[in-house]
Design a protein around this ligand. Structure first.
Ligand SMILES: Nc1ncnc2c1ncn2[C@@H]1O[C@H](COP(=O)(O)OP(=O)(O)OP(=O)(O)O)[C@@H](O)[C@H]1O
Length: 317
């Protein structure tokens, strides 16, 4: 799998007279592979927008190496511009223009054939409102028009900063379907988002940033399994047997929490240990499953740990 984005050791410091020196990126690393929807996650102020602005050549890093589509940034940024589409700031529209007029104007300015307008309107689901004025559009429709503007030149890499911000559940779902359709059409999508359930459903891989540092990355499945809770949920034929089962498991060194209809067990290396310990007391497992951990739990665990560590070290900006 080839890397579309490679970032190594990125540092960026902001200096202002009023607020002093602020370290926004502190040796940050990230890799995004071709054809994936890659989620870029981090708490407010952790450095996501700064990273995206560096990738786009909009701001310069103090140190580190950045390559997009194999080319160095910022040196190759003018050449890369036509291969990257981006939605990183609130889009501005001419409210009295229609979506069709808006895209046609951009086609003319960017020497893209106008035949692309209808294609893109179809892709973002605005074909039936294409001739209506933008000022009559909902927030979700405006966001989809902004994505249409970003993909007009059929970029290889699409960078989106919180595209579902402020959208209702239906709008979020349309945006998710759109991202998936774009990735299926061969585009690599880098998506900064706070909506972790969405990221878990949509993204192939993720990078987690906290206080300007990389704190986790990998395919969503890997990240979920790497940070699995190590706890197992155990149900028996009858809930009446749970107290006896809890005593049996505790006696062999496991940690057990008794809930109304199940046990939560940790402190084991193999699940067979649970069935074996219960069988010696004539108890049989009806259901045994790993306790589910979502991306949100992992995100909070990693970013809290990182922030707490940096507070201890006294290196917070
Ligand atoms: N132009 C700037 N001048 C001074 N400080 C800045 C500037 N831009 C960003 N910062 C600081 O850099 C740090 C990272 O900000 P950044 O906007 O990259 O975070 P973010 O992860 O995108 O946050 P959010 O999720 O809230 O958008 C923050 O401490 C922020 O205050």
């Amino acid at each position: 799998m080839s890397a579309v984005v490679e970032i190594r050791g990125l540092r960026k410091t902001f200096r202002s007279v009023r607020r002093g020196t602020r370290l926004a990126l502190d040796g940050f690393d990230m890799t995004v592979h071709a054809g994936q929807v890659h989620g870029f996650l981090g708490p407010n102020g952790s450095g996501k927008s700064t990273t995206l602005r560096v990738l786009l050549g909009l701001t310069r890093a103090g140190a580190g190496e950045v390559r997009v589509l194999g080319e160095p940034v910022p040196q190759a940024s003018p050449r890369l511009a036509r291969h990257i589409g981006a939605l990183v700031e609130s889009p501005r529209f001419f409210p009295h223009f229609s979506a069709w007029d808006t895209l046609a104007l951009l086609c003319d300015a960017g020497r893209v054939p106008r035949s692309r307008v209808d294609e893109v309107l179809e892709l973002v689901g605005l074909a039936d409102r294409a001739r209506d004025r933008v000022r009559t559009y909902s927030l979700g429709m405006r966001q989809r028009l902004a994505v249409a503007m970003a993909v007009l030149k059929h970029p290889d890499l699409l960078i989106l900063d919180e595209p579902a911000n402020g959208l209702d559940p239906a709008g979020i779902r349309q945006m998710r379907d759109l991202m998936r359709a774009l990735a299926d059409s061969g585009m690599t999508v880098l998506l900064a988002s706070h909506i972790l359930a969405e990221v878990q459903q949509l993204c192939d891989s993720v990078t987690i940033i906290s206080s300007g540092r990389h704190v986790g990355a990998g395919s969503v499945a890997d990240v979920l399994s790497r940070h699995a809770s190590g706890r197992w949920r155990v149900r028996l034929e009858s809930a009446d047997e749970l107290p006896t089962a809890a005593r049996a498991l505790t006696a062999v060194g496991m940690r057990v929490t008794v809930l109304a209809d199940q046990l939560v067990v940790s402190g084991i290396t193999r699940t067979g240990e649970i069935s074996r310990a219960l069988a010696t007391h004539g108890l049989y497992v009806a259901e045994l499953s790993p306790e589910a951990v979502g991306l949100e739990d992992i995100f909070l665990r990693l970013t809290d740990a990182s922030t707490a560590g940096r507070h201890r070290l006294g290196v917070m900006a």
